[in-house]
Ligand binder design. Structure first.
Ligand SMILES: *Cc1c(COP(=O)(O)O)cnc(C)c1O
Length: 353
């Protein structure tokens, strides 16, 4: 090794799902929304005054902060926006997990958490989910440097009822607790209800899934003004212009269209429930997902073989080579037509085995 190489930071990076290109492929591997963004988003893009692009964007993305504060019934000083919730979460790790004690998150969860913890030198522990992939709330009642978990969890899709979220909050008054609600709009009540009671609770959401805008990179956090101020201070010490103008403008349009948002999320939930019934008939089992994906294992067909067979057919799902995960496939919920194509293939494939 050359001497200069010894001082290079080495990390094991997060590996995103494939973004294959092609016309006929069916993409059910990265939990994107199969429907386009709200019609107002296309209009805003068409009408965009591109002369504005010569200027730096508003560093606080205030238009978007204001739209979100109004939509969620909180103060403008309680909202922080970032370039996807990945950016918001990375900033939150850097800002709030600054203790010598370990941060706690489940062993099976969003695989970016251990990557950020390692990158920022944050100690962490990963309490194991139970055999059915449920979080054991009791594991979060010991001394720690902070807590983070997604609700619904990924890749299981399991939703934790708010009384259990609150149980974790009550046991952790002295650290910051982050609830990553990337999939909450497909699930049930949000922990946003609890932010006025718990000053140390940060709720993080994204436009990538329920608002069909993964390509624009918009995420946000809601919490007490003290948390939001701390987060903004760290962000401004790092990069003062994170969100670009088109994203701010189109994000505002998406937030305004409540009717379209409800319609598309309802459609996805209906397709998900139909998919559960079909998958069960085909011999799959899975945790009862409340997200826009299903984490399913087949009674006898190995997951990796299914994954390869589907890929040959241009149907992309997600397969994780990891302990406790390698017998399952994570299947994102597409349109009804896309799901029918998947079921049709699975039926034929399993029949032939
Ligand atoms: C998709 C996802 C995110 C990140 O989404 P962004 O596209 O960066 O907003 C964060 N957490 C979980 C659990 C996710 O599944």
């Amino acid at each position: 090794m050359k001497l200069w190489e010894e001082n290079i930071r080495r990390v094991v990076p997060y590996v995103p799902g494939d973004q294959p290109k092609g016309e006929r492929l069916i993409k059910l591997n990265t939990n994107e929304n199969p429907y386009p963004p709200a019609p107002g988003v296309a209009r805003a893009l068409a009408e965009m005054d591109t002369a504005q692009l010569r200027k730096y964007p508003d560093p606080g993305a205030f238009q978007l902060v204001r739209a979100l504060a109004k939509r969620y019934g909180v103060g403008e000083d309680q909202v922080f926006v970032g370039v996807g919730s990945d950016d918001v979460l990375a900033m939150a790790f850097l800002t709030f997990f600054n203790s010598d004690k370990p941060v706690l998150f489940p062993d099976v969860t969003y695989s970016f958490y251990p990557v950020w913890a390692s990158l920022f030198g944050i100690p962490y522990e990963t309490p194991a989910l139970d055999e059915d992939f449920f979080v054991r709330t009791g594991d979060y009642k010991k001394e720690n440097g902070g807590v983070i978990f997604p609700n619904p969890n990924a890749p299981t899709g399991l939703y934790m009822p708010l009384d259990q979220v609150e149980e974790i909050l009550r046991a952790n008054r002295d650290v910051v607790v982050i609830v990553d609600e990337a999939y909450i709009d497909f699930a049930g009540p949000s922990a946003l209800e609890l932010i006025s009671t718990y000053e140390n609770l940060l709720v993080v959401q994204t436009f990538s899934k329920s608002r069909s805008m993964a390509g624009l990179r918009i995420g946000f956090a809601v919490g007490s003004p003290a948390l939001i101020k701390a987060l903004s201070d760290v962000k401004y010490s790092y990069n003062s212009y994170t969100m670009n103008l088109p994203s701010i403008v189109m994000g505002v349009e998406a937030v305004k269209d409540e009717a379209y948002f409800c319609e598309t999320t309802k459609k996805i939930v209906a397709t998900r429930e139909r998919a559960k019934a079909r998958l069960r008939e085909l011999g799959f089992r899975f945790p009862d997902s409340r997200a826009n994906f299903i984490f399913a294992s087949h009674r006898w067909a190995p997951a990796q073989q299914l994954f390869e067979a589907l890929k040959n057919e241009q149907i992309y799902v997600r397969y994780f080579h990891a302990p406790r995960l390698e017998s399952s496939l994570r299947i994102s919920i597409g349109t009804d037509e896309e799901m029918d194509a998947l079921f049709h293939f699975l039926e034929e494939y399993l029949k032939g085995k």
